[in-house]
Design a protein around this ligand. Structure first.
Ligand code: ADP
Ligand code: MG
Length: 256
């Protein structure tokens, strides 16, 4: 871990869906340049933590800080927005999320997908956004697909387009929720390569993944969740090389 200022600080986070408590007091810090991976069985709460950080979900207790500023949402109903829409926009811009299912706009070209939010949400000049967007497409290796539609791309290419779209917001940090799990193994590697490049660039990232090889390869810190609590965490070499908890050992042997 680096010793620069925290970009994302999650402290004693509690989250329930109705009566079902799914996050039971979790602390995670990502400092500038850190890559933090969240691993654990399905249902352990990994996606929920990212969704809370991105203000897609409210929470009942604890704090989430973005560069020291509290962004915790204590909503009452599913559709109630946090009180300050400008703050929500700023957080979502700064913590840009990449989802498992890419979520590209089917009726827009790849270039238009990447340009959409910077132009319409951030109101940046179109020409400037286009130039940057082409740069991001080049960075993820699909510059030649700028004018294609999502359906004309492989899953790996679509996910790389989704990463270019997240980068186009020029976020402070990237949040990935199982970015490779919808992909065939050979396409998975294209996406892992892009994530590794971003890690090497020193980007701040939180990555939920089932891919232990990627987690070991790109992370500064790995958090193993079990039923809404951190069961064990540490540097990847230690966590994967000498897991202490029985549950983590069981989990790791089940993923091999
Ligand atoms: P993971 O990403 O580790 O698989 P999730 O964060 O998606 O786990 O889910 C954690 C728990 O919360 C699970 O028990 C899941 O069923 C429950 N859950 C997730 N989303 C909702 C929701 N919208 N409503 C009710 N329960 C949910
Ligand atoms: Mg999940």
């Amino acid at each position: 871990m680096t010793d620069t200022a925290p970009v994302i600080e999650i402290a004693n986070l509690h989250k329930a869906y109705g009566a079902l408590e799914v996050i039971k007091g979790v602390d995670i810090t990502a400092r500038r340049g850190d890559v933090v991976s969240l691993i654990g069985s399905s249902g352990s709460g990994k996606s929920t933590i990212l969704r809370c950080a991105n203000l897609l979900e409210d929470s009942q207790q604890g704090d989430i800080l973005f560069k020291g500023e509290p962004v915790t949402w204590r909503g009452k109903g599913l559709h109630r927005h946090p009180s300050d829409p400008k703050q929500v926009l700023r957080i979502r811009t700064n913590l840009s999320m990449v989802f498992q299912q890419f979520n590209l706009w089917a009726h827009l070209t790849i270039l238009q997908n990447v340009m959409e939010a910077p132009v319409t949400v951030l109101r940046r000049p179109r020409a400037e956004v286009e130039e940057a967007a082409r740069g991001y497409l080049d960075k993820v290796g699909i510059a030649d697909k700028a004018d294609a539609y999502p359906a004309q791309l492989s899953g790996g290419q679509q996910q790389r387009a989704a990463i270019a779209r997240a980068l186009a917001m020029e976020p402070e940090a990237l949040l990935f929720d199982e970015p490779t799990s919808a992909l065939d193994p050979e396409l998975e590697q294209e996406v892992v390569r892009v994530i590794r490049d971003l890690a090497n660039e020193g980007r701040t990232m939180m990555i939920v993944t089932h891919d232990m090889k990627m987690a070991a390869d790109v992370s500064d810190h790995v958090v193993f969740l079990h039923q809404g609590l951190i069961e064990e965490e540490g540097a990847p070499e230690r966590l994967f090389g000498a897991p202490e908890s029985e549950r983590l050992r069981g989990f790791l042997s089940s993923t091999r």
